[in-house]
Each structure stands twice: as C-alpha cells, then as structure tokens.
Design a protein around this ligand. Sequence first.
Ligand SMILES: [Zn+2]
Length: 356
Amino acid sequence: MTLGTSSAPRPLAARRCGFVPPYLLRRLGWEQTLSLDAGFRAARPGPASAPPPLAARATAAWTVHDAGATTTLPGRPVRRAGEGATGDPAVDEAATGIAASLALFADVYDRDSYDDAGAPVSLTVHYGRDYANAFWDGTQLVFGDGDGEVFGRFTAAVDVLAHELAHAVTERSAGLVYQGQSGALNESVSDVFAACLAQRLLGQSPQEADWLIGADIFLPGVAARGLRDMRAPGTAYDDPRLGTDPQPGHLDDYVETSEDNGGVHLNSGIPNRAFQLAAVAVGGSSAEGAGAIWYAALTGGRVGPRTDFAGFAAATVAAAGVHADAVGAAWEEVGVTPRAGGSRAGEDGAVGRGAD
Ligand SMILES: [Zn+2]
C-alpha cells in the first residue's frame, strides 16, 4: 500500500468530518447545520495537490481566521502563531488548542504538523450562524459557535481541536476511508489523540482521566457529561433534547446503518474502549504509553484506507512490543480478535478494492 506520500489517497478531502454526528443534529432539528454539512462536498472540493514543501520546524505555523458568522472560508486572518491574545474567546481558544495539539504530535510522536512536513495549519472560528459543529475539510479546521442552547463554542473544548487535527494526521498517514469500520477507526483515532491531549494538559494518568470527549461544548442545563465516553460508550448523555448516547462498546453491538457514513460516530465506541483498556493496561501516560502504540500503528504502514477493526488491532499488537499481550487482550475485551491482513474491502458497503 502507498502511505504517507503525496500520491497517497486522501479520502477525507471530499468529506466533512463533523464532530457532532448527523443523527444528533437531526434529532435536535438543526436543519441549518445539517444542510451546511450536506452541501459541503459540492461547495468545497478537496485540495488538488499537496501543499508546497516547507522547511521542517519544531512547531508548525498556524493562522486563526474569523468567518464573521458567514460560511465563507477561510475568512479574515486574526491571529498567527507567536502573536498575543486578541480578547475574542473563540480566537484565543483556537490558538491555545492548536498550539497544544501541534505540540503533542511534535513532542511525543516527533511529527512535524499533520503532514509531518511542517505544513502550516489554517483554522476558522465563528463559522456560520448558530453552527453547532466542528470539522476538518481536507484543507483546514473549522469551528462553529454552537446554537447557544445545547452547544456552546466548539473551541471551548481543547479536545475538539486535537480531534480535528488528528483527522488531518490520519488523512496524511493511513488514509482510513470515512465509511464503515475504517471510518469508525478514523473517528476513534481522533478521539484517541483528543483524550491523550486532554490528559497531557491535566497531567492525568489513564486511571485518573474521565475519558470524556467534548465535555466542555455543552451548555449548563444539558444532561450530558460529554459527547462520547471512551471508557463506557453509550453513557455520555441522556437528555430530553439529545436522547440517549447510542454508542456501542462491544463488537456484538456493532450498528449497521447507512446513516453517518455507516455509523462512524457510533461504532467508534468499540475501538475507543479498546484504547481506554489498553491505556490502563500499558501504563504511563496515555499519550506516551498506548498513544504511542496507536500512533505507530497508524503511521507504520500496516494500516491502510480499508483496514478494518481486526486489521487495526493487529497493527497495534505488532507495534506494542512488550505490551503486545495487554493490547491484544484490550481488543478481545471489546470483541475484536486481532487479525493481520484483516482488510475486508467492500464489506462495509464502500465501493472499491482494498488497501493498495
Ligand atoms: Zn471526527
């Protein structure tokens, strides 16, 4: 398979990988956010070519833009790396979050920006009006201000920043197709590095961490601990407006659906829980322990665009060294038996052949 080069496929480029899944937006009756998401493919094609090569640097440059409540991207540049606070909370939260996210990948995984070649990162805040989501569009990170009733600013949660940047990392490494099991892995990998960053900033061990994703995007009065719970998928929220968290935490409960790209935000609960179990078993910090194993699997060439749960599990076991048994046991706990070469192209309904 061809990985990590300019000729690698970029399946995410044509997809909007929203932080909040479409089934939740539909339940909330947010047709505007949904229609913006649905119209995305036609409105904004992915990059035609790789960004120009830049000199490698310790921490990549970034620019936060302000869309001014429009949907025009990227908007007006308002803060660059090295510049001081602007006083606009969304701008300054995005700045803090992207700096911390880039530092995680640079310091812990020796990765220079999302492409490992120092690509500058573009971010936009104040996207749309009452837009309750965040996404990586193949070229940049985008954050809404929330609807003001259920969701607040999406920049308020530093793990959302890391989640979206990790989508860019996945796109430029394994290239996991955003559909079915490979799509759920794509989502899960973003949650994995989001949790690693949150725990790193708080100085928490895997045992101490709450393992919630998006805990800070909900406004007071919403019965939600977070958008997802990696330790106990399916328990993050139970609210009259949101319904009950539908994530499964075991392969027996895998959700077959045509919605949400084959349930990528649902079935990510299964590999999420495997990571949480592995992080506790491996020990140390999540970022430097199990996180380093997951990163090695993602970027090591064993995981490709159509890799399924079993294949990804095998890649993590192969990357785990002395922790191979512990990592394998974590996957078995969620019903996934690591199986090298476990690419099941087409089984998830996606068209095309397997990883190449
Ligand atoms: Zn995502």
